[in-house]
Design a protein around this ligand. Structure first.
Ligand code: UD1
Ligand code: UDP
Length: 370
């Protein structure tokens, strides 16, 4: 059996890494790794940590490129690779434009598609944008749907997908997290070592969603800035996305605020271990919404909708959107109300037992082995 794994951004690489590792352990499977490099530095950071050397690097990255550029670059690059490799199945993960373009490329060659992290739905095509559409379009073309949770599976069944091809596997994000986080982890980064995690309440902030860029992100950052000003013992660490639009807004809102530490994107090991040490998390990220609850960290989700309701329903995440007043209120509440904080700071992990990659490949072997 020949399997090609295709990915292009940081979160896909993190969540595909356990699958690539497991595939390579199985000697009778021929594994090919192709990266679009929709991200460059942020992808390479992950490849290095998991020690993955791609067989193909399409190197489509151009700073500030449009969704069309990414789609065209990936589609063209993959056409050649798929013609050359003729794999039995293509594995893709999640909802990025790399994923959508890869699904189309495989469909054009009539190559079977396994979709990892299938069935998440926000039910608003424009939020997250364009991810909700990317994920739905990929479902249409996929042959095997690997749903992390039961509710993800239910979404697919409701949409009419063949039940026998929808599997609940857990999310490989937990496989990766188990590998990365350890209680005695020591940072190599000076800035992370200087922070007093015992006596300060450290807040981890990340934000990059396209639909937040502009006024919503400005409101989010302003609310964070204004709350932090009011508390001597609260500091923020913000490993900032490389998107220049995010950087511009952060510079405008946070300039001169020395309790808000803006740092470069962290490698996955220091990042996930930092998450394990902080007091709470404010984010619009998808992956971080899965990781923080697993580590028992309350999450304020600065998005209008989420396709990851499991954390919200278990009361470890609260969905506040990008409204200044709402975020200001919820953030302060979590700082002032100890009971509320404690209620939210319990570890839940609806996303699997850390063996999702093994399950996914077992299923593929059963389906395609002969
Ligand atoms: C992409 C995905 C999003 C995912 C996110 C994870 C799409 C449409 N979006 O969004 O689903 O949540 O990745 O981070 O697929 N940049 C660099 N170097 C890098 C990476 C990004 O300079 O290594 C800058 C570039 O200017 C680039 C911009 O960030 O143009 C945005 O990157 P892009 O991949 O278009 O979108 P993301 O917002 O990263
Ligand atoms: N992450 C990282 N370094 C950082 C920020 C995030 O390694 O500085 C990891 C994080 O642990 C998670 C993933 O990147 O696994 C999330 O990526 P991102 O928020 O960019 O994308 P999303 O999950 O929203 O698609």
């Amino acid at each position: 059996m020949k399997v090609i794994c295709v990915f292009g951004t940081r979160p896909e690489a993190i969540k595909m890494a356990p699958i690539v590792k497991e595939l390579k352990r199985r000697e009778h499977i021929d594994t090919v790794v192709a990266v679009t490099a929709q991200h460059r530095e942020m992808l390479d950071q992950v490849l290095k940590i998991f020690d993955i050397e791609p067989d193909y690097d399409m190197n489509i990255f151009k700073s500030g490129q449009s969704l069309t550029d990414i789609t065209v670059g990936a589609l063209k690059g993959l056409e050649e690779i798929l013609n050359e490799e003729k794999p039995d199945v293509l594995l893709i993960q999640g909802d990025t434009t790399t994923v959508f373009a890869s699904a189309v490329a495989a469909f054009y060659r009539q190559i079977k598609i396994g979709h990892v992290e299938a069935g998440l739905r926000s039910d608003n095509l424009y939020s997250p944008y364009p991810e909700e559409a990317n994920r739905r379009l990929t479902s249409v073309l996929a042959n095997f749907h690997f749903a992390p949770t039961k509710s993800n599976r239910d979404n697919l069944i409701r949409e009419g997908y063949d039940e026998s091809k929808v599997y609940i596997t857990g999310n490989t994000v937990i496989d990766a997290l188990k590998y990365a986080v350890s209680q005695n982890y020591e940072f190599e980064e000076d800035i992370l070592n200087k922070i007093d995690y015992q006596n300060k309440r450290v807040v981890l902030l990340t934000s990059h969603r396209r639909e937040n860029i502009g006024k919503p992100m400005e409101q989010i950052f302003s609310a964070v800035r204004d709350v932090v000003e009011e508390y001597d013992d609260v500091e923020v660490v913000f490993p900032i996305h490389l998107n220049p639009k995010v950087r511009e807004i952060a510079k405008k809102v946070f300039e001169g605020k020395d309790k808000i530490h803006i740092i470069e994107p962290l490698d996955y090991l220091p990042f996930s271990n930092l998450m394990n040490k902080v007091h709470l998390v404010i984010t619009d990220s998808g992956g971080i919404q899965e990781e923080a609850p697993a580590l028992g960290k309350p999450v304020i989700v600065v998005r209008e909708e989420t396709e990851r309701m499991e954390g919200v329903l278990a009361n470890t995440a609260v969905l506040v959107g990008s409204d200044y007043d709402k975020l200001y209120k919820h953030f302060k509440e979590l700082l002032d109300d100890e009971n509320k904080y404690k209620e939210m700071a319990h570890a839940i992990n609806p996303y699997g037992d850390g063996h999702a990659a093994t399950k996914i490949i077992d299923i593929l072997e059963k389906e395609l082995g002969n």
